[in-house]
Ligand binder design. Structure first.
Ligand code: ADP
Ligand code: ADP
Length: 229
């Protein structure tokens, strides 16, 4: 699973302004697509449309050949994992935060997900390890650590499609490259990944689309785009 097609998609939040103006792309299962472009170009909107927060006004979106309009909310929720821009954690154990929404998950599964998201080293370095509570005894997580907890949460769900909404844009370059490496490993599981990103540092994506004012201005691999510009 995880094949996503946007076919000439139009969208507007209100009558004032068109946000997406005929966006098309095609992601094969297990591929990584990076949607890059300036702030306000419509990158997050693409993520929200996939989750059916809003309905499109023209064109078609399909997941695994099925029109998004015909997919139930509950199957969408299990097909898609979203790592939001700002991950807010509960003041509870890191294990609880990873297992949130997956009440049946056991400790082994939680640790496996943490390993998959490359956050286990950090957790195991804490005095209380998985029992450590966020906010207690000064346990504060950096933006990158929070994001990896959010990635671990989605790994428990193991969705065929993972969406990162500008998840790495506010991070230092070391954290960013750690998250890149994490994503590459997730990609090896044949998870389709869509990254909405302000910067074009997403070198390892199979496809990059450059969104400008709701249109696909350019499309290609990193190398193809470098040659053009
Ligand atoms: P990006 O992720 O590329 O920064 P967005 O998809 O968040 O861009 O937003 C695209 C445009 O849609 C922006 O101009 C933004 O102000 C507008 N927008 C975003 N969300 C809403 C909303 N809920 N209602 C109206 N306009 C919105
Ligand atoms: P689940 O049903 O798998 O628990 P949720 O609907 O609770 O999924 O969403 C998981 C997280 O992703 C929440 O933090 C939610 O705010 C965020 N989220 C959901 N949809 C979007 C979206 N379209 N864009 C950005 N963040 C989203």
């Amino acid at each position: 699973g995880g094949a996503v097609v946007f076919d000439d998609v139009y969208f507007a939040y209100d009558a004032e302004r068109q946000i997406l103006n005929g966006v098309s792309f095609d992601i094969k299962p297990g591929q990584t697509l990076a949607v890059v472009g300036p702030s306000g170009a419509g990158k997050s909107t693409i993520a929200r449309l996939l989750y059916r927060f809003y309905d499109i006004t023209g064109g078609r979106i399909t997941i695994d050949g099925q029109d998004l309009r015909d997919v139930t909310q509950s199957s969408l929720r299990s097909a898609i994992g979203i790592v939001p821009q700002d991950t807010v954690l509960f003041n509870d154990t890191i294990g609880y935060n990873i297992g949130y929404g997956r009440e049946g998950a056991n400790q082994t599964e939680i640790e496996e997900a943490a390993r998959g998201a490359s956050i286990h080293g950090f957790i195991e370095s804490l005095p209380d390890q998985y029992a450590a509570k966020v906010g207690e005894r000064g346990l504060k997580l950096s933006g990158g650590e929070k994001q990896r907890v959010a990635i671990a949460r989605t790994l428990l769900k193991n969705p065929p499609l993972l969406i990162l909404d500008e998840a790495t844009s506010a991070l230092d370059s070391r954290t960013e490259s750690e998250i890149q490496a994490t994503l590459e490993r997730i990609s090896e599981r044949r998870t389709t990944i869509i990254i909405a990103h302000r910067l074009s540092t997403v070198v390892n994506a199979d496809q990059i689309i450059v969104l400008e004012a709701g249109r696909v201005a350019e499309k290609g691999t990193h190398l193809q785009l470098l040659r053009k510009n």
